[in-house]
Design a protein around this ligand. Sequence first.
Ligand code: CO
Length: 134
Amino acid sequence: MLRVEHIGIAVNSLAEAIPIYEALLGSPCYKKETVTTEKVETAFFQKGETKIELLESLTNTGVIARFIEKKGEGLHHIAFEVEDIRAEMQRLKNEGFTLLSEEPKPGADQKLICFVHPKSAHGVLVELCQSVYP
Ligand code: CO
């Protein structure tokens, strides 16, 4: 684990949330990106070396839609940058953590990602991400 790369926040509407976060952070959303594998639309902000990722579901049944239905809008995951995602996945498996996928998946922002089950981490959904084009 190298650093906190970004913090993911689930929102109902990017159109509503983006101006709020621009006002909060005092900097503009610099990128929007659709992640088809996760059926989400994302919007990114940069603060120092950490990003904020807003996530809006593109379907009523996607993971973000179900999260908001259960818990409401808010903090969804913390993403840690890793050098070698496969090595880190293996290390965490050996430590007894449950991973949500066997293989890394393509995520937003040119990353390979894998999630650690929140039950493994006291209720926090942890994302591992490795830059594909560093
Ligand atoms: Co993320």
